[in-house]
Design a protein around this ligand. Structure first.
Ligand SMILES: [Zn+2]
Ligand SMILES: [Zn+2]
Length: 217
């Protein structure tokens, strides 16, 4: 099985796992991803999905197990943390040799957003040429700037982030403005996970954060 963790551009790390694998071989032996007593992660017994009689994705339901695993992962250089899950237990029992691919993908993305103090609308904003300061998409509110001498002004926004008073600029003694924060910057985080199993040329089963999709190929 490929333990594929794809981090698209701009993502900041793998999302915590919600499911762990249990593999059944042709002799009926079952291996699970973690030692349930110590929380240590184990290697996949055989990397060939064709050799498995079944695979199950087991949701984390036991907070103690989650703690044990995260404690062990914390010792690693590239930890993959785990989290409790509301997903159901899912077992895939293919006909002999038909399971051709099993992967998981997950990522975590940190982003910043603005909250408008006038109307409470939250929105994301990226600096673009035609829109150099954030503007509330609902009520048009912006941050405002004030010069200590000239009061509220429409400042000159410089490339380096400085906001200068246009009146002071004319006098030859440049002066920065104070920002009045009508739009409050906040930090958010989003995470997405997929677990994918492919039954050769027939169906693909994708388990997402809040849905399970079965596609015929
Ligand atoms: Zn607003
Ligand atoms: Zn001024």
């Amino acid at each position: 099985m490929r333990q594929e963790i794809v981090n698209p551009e701009g993502a900041d790390g793998p999302a915590p796992l919600q499911l762990f694998w249990a593999l059944e071989d042709k002799e009926g032996e079952v291996a699970v991803q973690y030692d349930l007593d110590t929380g240590e992660e184990r290697k996949i017994p055989t990397a060939k999905p064709h050799d498995w009689a079944s695979i199950a994705w087991v949701p984390f339901r036991d907070p103690d197990l989650v703690n044990r695993i995260n404690y062990e992962q914390n010792k690693l250089q590239n930890p993959t943390y785990v989290d409790l899950s509301p997903l159901p237990f899912i077992q895939i029992i293919p006909k002999a040799g038909e399971l051709s691919r099993v992967t998981r993908r997950g990522y975590l993305e940190y982003f910043s957003y603005y909250q408008c103090s006038a109307c409470d609308t939250t929105f994301k904003w990226k600096k673009e040429d035609d829109d150099i300061v954030p503007v509330c998409p609902n009520c048009g509110m912006t941050n405002t700037w004030a010069c200590d001498i000239h009061g509220e002004v429409s400042p000159i926004h410089l490339e380096n982030g400085e906001n200068r008073c246009p009146h002071c600029e004319k006098t030859g003694i440049p002066r920065g403005c104070r920002k009045i924060r009508n739009l409050v910057q906040k930090d958010g985080v989003s995470q997405r996970r997929h677990y994918v199993a492919v039954i050769e040329d027939k169906i693909e089963i994708e388990i997402g954060d809040d849905r399970i999709i079965i596609r015929s190929l």
